[in-house]
Design a binder for this molecule. Structure first.
Ligand code: NAD
Ligand code: DAU
Length: 354
């Protein structure tokens, strides 16, 4: 049995679905169900006894301890986090609460449980912490991509809180010998991506006839990875990674934001043409930049390839086509998530942009 945190979010739910599609080892899924947690992502697992969902905060060390013991968990994969950079700028407290204090409490629960295990189970146990390339800060245009030894230089409250959690995880290995693994991944995209993030937001706005908001000059670069490739990387690191090691995960797919949005528009022009036959690109609008906006992220995933043989299966062209097709095939999912808190957030965030 493994325990996954944040398994109702974008990457966590993709991971749970992929995990149970690849094997029969059950999953205890602990998720607080914040605005970003959506059980509809896991609807296909209804009635599947291999998936046990518990609504809880990772900061509830007592409950986590109980679950670890009750289910004799052999590994924890920690996805739970506040994940949206813009929200961390307007309200950083939740990011410190979950990403820093929540991870700390989770580590404490895991450390106590691990300490009670017999030596063979202790040696086999793993705590895999899912982190981000944003902890490394920003890169100049020509600089080499981030390796695992790149200095930490987080620039947003989000990335600073993730950096803090990475340091705690590292310290629990160094000090207590907890068998940890850390993955630092680039931008994911794919099914169940909450439409506050660039790609799903632009697909949804395009179809709704709304503006496609590009921050600043749109020349910021991100390294895009299709989510199922990230899930495969995590499975591989969990299976064969060396304890205490960090593995960068990336798509070898650097794109400027404007290139990404133009690619989306071209696909939508082909797959769901506008009634007036004009291009969705006409809906692109340049808006006020994100404060402290990192210019470029790029991941060197060479270590993961050399040591564990992982490489992404999808190119950007294949992955973005699958993504657009998924959103077109799942309008009800989009309609459901766009009600309530998400709509309030979009209204308050974009009302001040020109
Ligand atoms: P997400 O925001 O879609 O999902 C986060 C999930 O965590 C939600 O289901 C939410 O309900 C849950 N959660 C939040 N606070 C919690 C708490 N205190 N206790 C229990 N559950 C809680 O995020 P995501 O995009 O799926 O990212 C998952 C992880 O991967 C995060 O740690 C993020 O930092 C990291 N990451 C994301 C990306 C990306 O491009 N999305 C890239 C690299 C790393
Ligand atoms: O790099 C990994 C990170 O990728 C993860 O750690 C984060 O959890 C995840 O949210 C993502 O962060 P970004 O800030 O890169 O993702 P986002 O989709 O918010 O933005 C992608 C780029 O697009 C970024 O340069 C900001 C820009 N952008 C975003 C939005 C929402 C726009 O131009 N317009 C927008 O409306």
């Amino acid at each position: 049995m493994i325990l996954v945190t944040g398994g109702a979010g974008f990457i966590g739910s993709n991971f749970v679905l992929d995990w149970l599609a690849c094997g029969d080892e059950p999953v205890v899924n602990v998720d607080k169900l914040t605005y970003a947690g959506n059980l509809a992502n896991l609807a296909s697992l209804e009635g599947d006894s291999r998936h046990i969902f518990i609504q809880a905060d990772i900061g509830d060390a007592e409950l986590i301890g109980q679950l670890l013991r009750q289910h004799k968990v052999r590994a924890v994969v920690n996805f739970a986090a506040e994940s949206h950079v813009d929200r961390s700028i307007s309200g950083p407290a939740a990011f410190v609460a979950t990403n820093v204090n929540g991870t700390f409490n989770l580590l404490e629960a895991v450390r106590a449980y691990w300490g009670e295990l017999e030596s063979a189970a202790q040696a086999a146990f793993r705590f895999l912490h899912v982190s981000t390339d944003e902890v490394y800060g920003t890169l100049d245009r020509e600089a080499p991509a981030f390796t695992e030894t790149h200095p930490y230089q987080p620039n947003s409250p989000y990335s600073a809180s993730k950096a803090a959690s990475d340091h705690l995880v590292r310290a629990y290995h160094h000090t207590y010998g907890l068998p940890v693994l850390t993955t630092n991944c680039s931008n994911n995209y794919g099914p169940y991506h909450f439409p506050e993030k660039l790609i799903p937001l632009c697909i949804q706005n395009a179809l709704a006839g709304e503006p496609l908001p590009i921050y600043g000059d749109g020349q910021q670069v991100r390294d895009w990875l299709y989510v199922s490739d990230h899930c495969a990387a995590i499975r591989r690191v969990l299976e064969a990674g060396s304890c205490g090691e960090v593995y960068n995960v990336g798509g070898w797919n650097e794109k400027t934001n404007i290139e990404v949005v133009q690619a989306l528009c071209s696909l939508l022009d082909e797959l769901a043409p506008r009634a007036d036959s004009r291009s969705y690109a006409e809906q692109i609008r340049y808006v006020q930049d994100r404060p402290g906006h990192d210019r470029r992220y790029a991941i060197d995933a060479g270590k993961l390839q050399r040591e564990l043989g992982w490489r992404p299966a999808e190119t950007f062209d294949s992955g973005i086509r699958k993504t657009v097709q998924w959103y077109l095939a799942n309008p009800q999912w989009v309609a459901d998530v766009t009600s309530g808190a998400y709509r309030d957030w979009v209204a308050s965030h974009y009302q001040s942009t020109p």
